[in-house]
Write a new protein. Structure first.
Length: 202
C-alpha cells in the first residue's frame, strides 16, 4: 500500500497521471484530476483505505501512508465534542479543505505546532463547528494509536474525534516540507459509489 519512491507519471485518457492514481477510490480519482489542474501541491485522504496521498505541484506522488480517522464510519457532519472523553458522532467529514494555521493556542501546545486546521474551501468558518484538523497522533493515546497506524489492517484505524492523525515521522518528512497553510486537502467519501460532490470537479 505504501510507496517509498516518487512515482512517474503515466498517460490516462490523454491526461498525465501518477501511477498511484489506480489505487485511489472513485472519488479519489475525481479529486486528483481536479487538483492537478491547479498546479499546486495537495493531499488526498482516501477514507475507504485510510490512506493519505501527498502530491507535488505536478501531481506526482511524494508519499502515501496510513492515517487514523474518526471513530464513526460514514460521511456525516462531525459533531464530536473535543472536550469530551467519549467520541460521539465522530466523523471525518468528506470535502475539499484548505489547510490553515487557525489553531487554538492550547492545541498548538498539545501537538507542538504539528497541526493544521481543515477549513471548508467554500465556507471557511465551517471548520469552527466541524473541529477537524490534520495533526500528529494524539499524545493522550500515543501508544494505542501508533499501534493502529502500524498494524497490517485498517480495521483499527477509526479512533479519532474526527481529525486526521498522522505519525510524527510522516508529518515531519512529508507534510511540513510539502503542504501547509493554503494547501488543499481532500477527504473522499466513505462509499466511493455514492454521488460525488460536484464542487470537486467544477
Amino acid at each position: 500500500m505504501v510507496s517509498n519512491k516518487t512515482s512517474a507519471l503515466k498517460v490516462n485518457n490523454e491526461i498525465k497521471v501518477d501511477k498511484s492514481y489506480d489505487k485511489l477510490t472513485q472519488t479519489g480519482k475525481i479529486a486528483y484530476l481536479s487538483e492537478i489542474k491547479n498546479k499546486k501541491a495537495f493531499m488526498i485522504v482516501d477514507k475507504p483505505t485510510a490512506t493519505a496521498y501527498v502530491y507535488n505541484e505536478k501531481g506526482v506522488l511524494i508519499k502515501d501512508f496510513v492515517v487514523l480517522l474518526g471513530k464513526n464510519i460514514g460521511d456525516a457532519i462531525n459533531k464530536a465534542d473535543p472536550e469530551s472523553h467519549i467520541a460521539v458522532d465522530a466523523y471525518t467529514t468528506p470535502g475539499r479543505y484548505i489547510l490553515s494555521t487557525n489553531i487554538h493556542p492550547s492545541d498548538q501546545v498539545t501537538y507542538r505546532g504539528k497541526m493544521l486546521a481543515m477549513e471548508d474551501s467554500d465556507t471557511p468558518n465551517l471548520n469552527l463547528s466541524l473541529n477537524l484538523a490534520l495533526h500528529i497522533v494524539y499524545p493522550g493515546e500515543l501508544v494505542k494509536r501508533t499501534k493502529a497506524i502500524n498494524s497490517p489492517t485498517i480495521k483499527d484505524n477509526r479512533q479519532s474525534w474526527g481529525c486526521v492523525n498522522i505519525s510524527e515521522e510522516n508529518y515531519d518528512k512529508y507534510i511540513t516540507p510539502n503542504v501547509g497553510k493554503g494547501s488543499v486537502l481532500i477527504v473522499t467519501e466513505e462509499d466511493n459509489l455514492s454521488a460525488v460532490d460536484l464542487k470537486l470537479v467544477s
